[in-house]
Ligand binder design. Structure first.
Ligand code: SAH
Ligand code: SF4
Length: 406
């Protein structure tokens, strides 16, 4: 594997972009369909091994391209089988960042929870990732690379499961629930989704790929139009007053707007419901009356609820509710006919549970969501969302001024 910075990383291309790349090189577009399975089904890291390409074609390709998965810094397995990989996210500034992916094995599936950003700008009050601040968006290759490394490692270790014998990769389900807000890194996330779904790459069905968002509503519409996969929405409060406090994005896109976007999403969604994630924080949002208010809120949105008891991290400002409060909350929703599950915390002994992913992030934002004015002072949000979705480059100059690279 070469590290030449002047070569493109083949893991960065979605199927259409890979075709365009070959055409640009004076090759036939079908080369993409030939190369994709080498990359994403055989997890090949050496262009020289692509034996159905002529020697001349391999040499021509290797002169301009390489296969560069993210580098693994740490690989830890929890007592319950959850496994966490820490990946280096290299930076032009020399600052060492790292993001995490978590593998959750089950009898009938293998799920990988992947990250989409180094840090997060959304600043949710209860989240360890948000507390780190934001460094930059992950590239498509860095997002897909987490799945590539997990599949390749598990295969190399000889993992056996019925679906592997049937020719499927070890990871059967992907959830974009790791570090970062996927819809704030829209372009790279959609390119990664195209690879997850492509029959020439990972071949996952739309139902087996779930994107979780804090509620960037214009981008929920954009996802519906670009690449609808199963959608999970982090709700966490039944009213705007509390949600404004817990999740600053709500000041920009309040609950009525979020519910309307969920309804529109269902027109194209692969499932006929939205999953609402509801984090339970003791004495903040866990009262039965708040569960009753949720029923009203989601009245017009076919949905299921997934309750997540708060997972703690150092200096966390909240506590998890007692088990009986969680069960009582679930009962109110179930009695209203809403299917409601309680998420099991997994991988707690290696800090791999929801909201515990901290990685290693050197904050370089001046702008965070909590600086957003309250709704009374709202201003044009299209421009703001565009700014939120912009890659780290925009902020480079001020960062470089503070951290000059030798
Ligand atoms: N940014 C996206 C996806 C990543 S977070 C989002 O917010 O939806 C994945 C889930 O973990 C979200 O529902 C998030 O609210 C939840 N979460 C964050 N901090 C948590 C914590 N400390 N304990 C339990 N869940 C947490
Ligand atoms: Fe970002 Fe999601 Fe954490 Fe909020 S909960 S700070 S959106 S990763």
């Amino acid at each position: 594997m070469s590290n030449s910075p002047s070569r493109v990383n083949l893991l960065d291309f979605d199927p259409a972009a890979l075709e365009a790349f070959f055409v640009n090189m004076g090759e036939k577009p079908f080369r993409a369909r030939q190369v994709l399975p080498w990359l994403h089904q055989r997890f090949c890291d050496d262009i020289g091994q692509m034996s159905d390409l002529s020697k001349a074609a391999r040499e021509k390709l290797a002169a301009v391209a390489e296969i560069k998965p993210p580098r693994v810094l740490r690989d830890a397995t929890a007592n319950d089988g959850a496994r966490k990989w820490l990946f280096a996210v290299e930076n032009d500034t020399g600052a060492e960042n790292a993001v995490e992916a978590v593998y959750l094995p089950e009898d009938d599936r293998g799920t990988l929870c992947i990250s989409t950003q180094a840090g997060c700008m959304m600043d949710c009050a209860f989240c360890s990732t948000g507390r780190q601040g934001f460094n930059r968006n992950l590239s498509t290759g860095e997002i897909v690379g987490q799945l590539w490394v997990a599949n390749r490692t598990l295969l190399a270790e000889g993992m056996n499961a019925p679906w592997i014998e049937a020719g499927r990769p070890p990871i059967t389900n992907v959830v974009l629930m790791g570090m970062g807000e996927p819809l704030a890194n829209f372009k790279n996330v959609v390119a990664a989704l195209q690879l997850f779904l492509s029959d020439h790459a990972y071949g996952l069905s739309r139902r087996r790929v779930t994107l979780s968002t804090s509620g960037v509503t214009p981008m929920i519409d954009a996802l519906r139009d670009a690449c609808p996969v199963a959608l999970a929405v982090s709700l966490h409060a039944p009213d705007d007053t509390l949600r404004d406090r817990l999740m600053p994005i709500n000041r920009r896109h309040p609950l009525p707007e979020l519910m309307a976007a969920c309804r529109r999403y269902l027109d194209q969604a692969p499932r006929d419901f939205i999953t609402f994630e509801y984090l339970l924080l003791a004495d903040v949002n866990d009262a039965p009356a708040q569960a009753a208010a949720l029923i009203e809120l989601v009245r017009d949105v076919p949905c299921k609820f997934n309750l997540i008891p708060f997972n703690s991290f150092p200096d966390a400002p909240y506590q998890a509710p007692m088990r009986n409060r969680v069960l009582a909350f679930q009962r109110v929703l179930m009695d209203a006919g809403i299917i409601t599950t309680i998420r099991k915390a997994r991988g707690e002994d290696i800090d791999a549970a929801c909201g515990q992913l901290a990685g290693q992030v050197h904050n370089r934002v001046r702008y965070r969501m909590s600086d957003v004015p309250r709704r009374a002072e709202r201003y044009d949000d299209a421009r703001e969302v565009a700014a939120l979705s912009a890659p780290g480059e925009r902020r480079r100059s001020s960062f470089q001024a503070k951290h000059p690279v030798a």
